[in-house]
Write a protein that binds this ligand. Structure first.
Ligand code: NOJ
Length: 590
């Protein structure tokens, strides 16, 4: 009897093992070969305000993007993500929307938008819009109504706290000099919530009516033919409307000591994303991308596991937060560690081994220029380090999000005075330091290499003429003086330019599925100078070597590259003895 029982147990165990091996093989397959257009795409992000001005007001516009469509197509990208172009008073450059179904006056008209969409589709390009629905502008009709009286039908479109209950518990307001996320409104003797500036009141997602308004607005844009949404701080939409006191101990214990992690943990967040998927996203072949504020490796799949039917992708902040010195506002340490950098990207790659799909980026409108931050913007290294970073972005697993201007190696603005800055965040931080009696000069210095968002927002450098060919008049934000040397026109003529390297890289990714779906393996992980990894798919294997330092360096990969074929290299001839020159990058086919 005992023998029979133990035989049965063994058989049962074996069955279980077989089932789970099969399951994980199926999942492995799903992660790598379940093809989708948005997995294969290279996304090019355009900051419309700074791209091209055609009507001479110093602000970029939709006609400017239309004018440059052939240029965009020539890059070999597939999708364009536009930062917000809706009606807005521009407290935060369009991230404060006053009308979701109109076009910002400075950018043009709905006819311009239709022409832009048509022009893109004719060229096989897809258009992704920015969806900013954690908050609206305080000039949105909903808020104008909401603040009128406590019984206004729009009152519950926002989060209000009646003053007779005392001061509400602290919540951070990112763009306020006093740091508070609540603002007192005299008209109804109440406070309203704003996680960003007081001009950006948070919408109340707990109200089903508000959610329906949003879904119908999204459907309206999809019916117009857009191809997806990038969703601004979407993890923050759901709130615990009791607004309990959150102590530092609680933050430390449950939220990694971070407010963004707390704010990304609202009680109904995933119910709402699933509802949005049912009511909107599932009806179209579109892509959806979460700006993953507060997203962790442990929570990412809650957003993008395809079985949960929420979103396609998210982008995390761990890579771009690396190297900031604690206690300062985005002050960059010159000694950031490549070993940590590699660990972050490798850990995030592992999240999507079996399910979901990742993203990769180094710059965007909220970041300094990638070359200044992760490469080297000194004249002798600027071009080569830009190309090295482009090699990284386009050879990693995950959809690459590539920021306009990086393809010509634009670098930080490095403004010398606060008056040159336009960004609400930098100005608020400056005020904070002023109020605290801190070192303002040092702050301005730190922003040259650190996180001032205007570093990445200066107008696109089209040519060497006044205003860089961006505008015929003085632009809303200064053009970088180096436009005389760094510009698209000059680089068009040079086959070895940063621009033409980017084109080669997009083509290489397109023609080598191993670069899209291939399994990623980190090599020589403790090497402080070189990032080395392989990508493998269906018998094809490539080795990527990236020297992140200004010195010669080698990597111990254990791979013999003597017989390999060089697919791309950012110097004229790649080394075959494994020694890399400063910022050298090579992809070998093994
Ligand atoms: C994230 C956006 O990328 C940033 O530019 C904006 O200021 C905040 N969200 C608030 O909308």
């Amino acid at each position: 009897m005992k023998v029979v029982f133990s035989k049965l147990t063994t058989i049962l165990l074996l069955c279980l093992v077989i089932v789970s091996v099969n399951q994980s093989a199926a999942q492995e397959k799903k992660g790598t070969t379940d093809r989708k257009w948005w997995k294969e795409a290279v996304v090019y992000q355009i900051y419309p305000r700074s791209f091209k001005d055609t009507d001479g007001d110093g602000v970029g516009d939709l006609k400017g993007i239309i004018q440059k469509l052939d240029y965009i197509k020539s890059l070999g990208v597939d999708v364009v993500w536009l930062n917000p172009i809706y009606g807005s008073p521009n407290a935060d450059n369009g991230y404060d929307i006053s009308d979701y179904q109109t076009i910002m006056k400075e950018f043009g008209t709905m006819e311009d938008f239709d022409a832009l969409l048509k022009g893109m589709h004719e060229r096989g390009l897809k258009l992704v819009m920015d969806l900013v629905v954690n908050h609206s502008s305080d000039e949105h009709k909903w808020f104008q109504e909401s603040r009128k009286s406590r019984d206004n039908p729009y009152r519950d479109y926002y989060h209000w706290w009646p003053a007779e209950k005392g001061k509400p518990a602290f919540r951070p307001g990112a763009f306020e000099a006093d740091g508070s996320g609540w603002r007192y409104d005299k008209q109804t003797d109440s406070y309203y919530l704003h996680y960003f500036s007081y001009k950006q009141p948070d919408l109340n997602w707990e109200n089903p009516k508000l959610r329906q308004e949003i879904y119908s607005m999204m459907n309206w844009w999809f019916k117009k033919g857009i191809d997806g949404f990038r969703m601004d701080v979407i993890p923050f939409i759901s709130k615990d409307t009791n607004f309990p006191v959150i102590t530092q101990e609680e933050l430390d214990k449950n939220y990694h000591g971070r407010w963004d992690v707390y704010m990304a943990s609202g009680p109904h967040l995933h119910d709402y994303l699933q509802e949005m998927n049912r009511e909107v996203l599932s009806k179209y072949d579109v892509m959806s991308l979460a700006e993953g504020a507060g997203m962790l490796t442990s929570t990412a799949l809650n957003f993008v596991d395809e079985d949960r039917k929420e979103l396609n992708m998210g982008y995390h902040f761990e890579g771009t937060n690396l190297g900031y010195i604690p206690g300062y506002f985005k002050k960059m340490s010159p000694n950031w560690s490549l070993v940590d950098f590699k660990k972050i990207y490798s850990d995030w790659d592992a999240v999507y081994n079996k399910k979901g799909w990742g993203t990769i980026y180094l710059g965007n409108h909220d970041q300094p220029r990638m070359t200044s931050r992760w490469g080297n913007d000194a004249p002798e290294f600027r071009a080569v380090s830009s190309k090295m970073l482009t090699t990284f972005l386009l050879s990693m697993k995950g959809t690459p999000y590539y920021y306009n201007g990086d393809e010509i190696g634009m670098v930080n603005a490095k403004f010398n005075k606060i008056e040159d800055y336009r960004d609400i965040e930098t100005i608020a931080e400056y005020e904070k330091i002023k109020i605290a009696g801190g070192d303002l000069k040092q702050f301005i210095e730190d922003q040259k290499t650190g996180g001032a968002r205007d570093n990445g927002r200066t107008p696109f450098q089209w040519n060497s003429s006044k205003n860089g060919g961006f505008s015929t008049t003085e632009p809303w934000l200064k053009v970088n003086d180096n436009h005389t040397a760094i510009n698209a026109e000059a680089q068009e003529k040079d086959p070895n330019s940063v621009l033409n390297y980017f084109r080669k890289m997009t083509k290489l990714r397109k023609t080598n599925p191993v670069l899209i779906y291939g399994k990623y393996t980190l090599l020589d992980k403790e090497n402080p100078n070189v990032y080395a990894y392989t990508r493998e798919l269906e018998g094809k294997k490539v080795l990527v070597l990236l020297n992140f330092s200004s010195k010669n360096a080698t990597a111990k990969t254990g791979i013999n590259i003597k017989k390999s074929k060089v697919l791309i290299n950012n110097y004229t001839k790649a080394s075959k003895n494994g020694e890399l020159r400063p910022y050298e990058s090579v992809i070998y086919q093994l």
